[in-house]
Design a protein around this ligand. Structure first.
Ligand SMILES: [Mn+2]
Length: 340
């Protein structure tokens, strides 16, 4: 991972000079968001900083273990505290986001009012300008980027277990257990160094991936057996779930994590989407099997979103039925292949 001359020095100076440090990540946090945020938290704590992690809303239960021994606030539960903290902050780290809007409207408003020094560490395309920007769209995950930043900062390769565990979690969740965004050999050197801290990979994998509730597994079964629409000619597929259907399975944050990837398991599918009616909108995830289908561009052009070339997200405030109609038309017209 290449670093711009001066960025590490600037970051070193910030860390030396600033005392009140806050880490923030995206709405609907995933393993990479919480992993990179908590890893940074532990690292800065070791440097005796007053550090706090602000998470916009609830963390999926499968990655809750990462929050052990972390000072954090879930902004949606205690917005006053989150806001107060941000007002006092003189150094702000943003992880797994490319701009403030990913934190949700309420936090974005506060973030735009304050003026701390800002450091971004991320792997999404198109970061906004901040004081220091470590943006690596080719990285597997923000956690991989964080390891490289910490390595440059400290000269160390092996970090304490709480840091290693968090970074390992983000790498595994963001690569679907090393099945995509995982073709650069350097990634495996990072993982090897994480394991050298003594963390047990199989145990963490179980914690992350084998903690389904019966409802979650039933929802997955229902989504695949009853709701999967396949368009063989267009080599596309999608699943759409209404709020009522989610409710029938007692939906919990995180229950749809990874569901979209099942559509790609079909040999005859190169592009797929998952639509779910949640938080008074239709949330959409897009995946593709090949870089020639750029779902970041597709999400940006049509669905108010973005992300990565082969994995992105979007949203719509139209009724689910209408979103399904539009997406179906887009599939028939192969508009998911966005030409420049
Ligand atoms: Mn990520």
């Amino acid at each position: 991972m290449k670093f711009k001359r001066g960025d590490i020095l600037k970051l070193q100076n910030y860390i030396a000079e600033k005392q009140t440090v806050t880490v923030i990540t995206h709405y609907n946090p995933d393993g990479d968001a919480v992993g990179s945020g908590t890893a940074l938290f532990h690292y800065l704590k070791l440097l005796l900083k007053d550090v706090h992690f602000i998470i916009p809303n609830n963390v999926p239960y499968s990655i809750n273990f990462l929050l052990q021994d972390v000072d954090y606030t879930i902004a949606e539960r205690d917005f006053k505290k989150a806001k107060q903290r941000l007002m006092q902050t003189d150094l702000l780290f943003m992880v797994d986001i490319n701009n403030y809007s990913r934190c949700g409207d309420n936090l974005e408003r506060v973030l735009k009012e304050i003026s701390p020094s800002t450091v971004l560490i991320d792997h999404h395309v198109g970061p906004q300008a901040y004081d220091v920007v470590f943006s690596y769209p080719d990285a597997s995950s923000t956690c991989e980027a964080v390891w490289n930043v910490l390595n440059r900062l400290s000269g160390k390769k092996i970090f304490p277990q709480n840091i290693s565990r968090a970074l390992y979690t983000g790498i595994m969740t963001d690569t679907g257990s090393l099945s995509f965004s995982c073709n650069h050999p350097e990634l495996y050197t990072v993982i090897a160094n994480l394991l050298k801290s003594g963390i047990v990979a199989s145990k963490i994998n179980q914690k992350i991936f084998d903690t389904y509730s019966a409802d979650r597994l039933s929802l997955l079964g229902y989504a695949i057996s009853k709701k999967l629409k396949v368009f063989p000619k267009q080599r596309a597929a999608f699943i759409a779930l209404s709020a009522k259907e989610l409710n029938d399975f007692h939906y919990q944050a995180g229950d749809l994590e990874g569901v979209v990837n099942y559509c790609l398991k079909l040999e005859q599918v190169d592009f797929c989407a998952l639509l779910s009616e949640r938080d008074n909108k239709i949330r959409m995830s897009f995946r593709s099997k090949d870089e020639s289908i750029d779902v970041n561009k597709f999400a940006m052009k049509y669905w108010n979103g973005g992300g990565h070339v082969m994995a992105s997200g979007g949203k719509s405030f139209l009724p689910l039925k209408q979103v399904v109609e539009i997406l179906t038309k887009q599939i028939y017209n192969k508009e998911f292949i966005v030409r420049n």
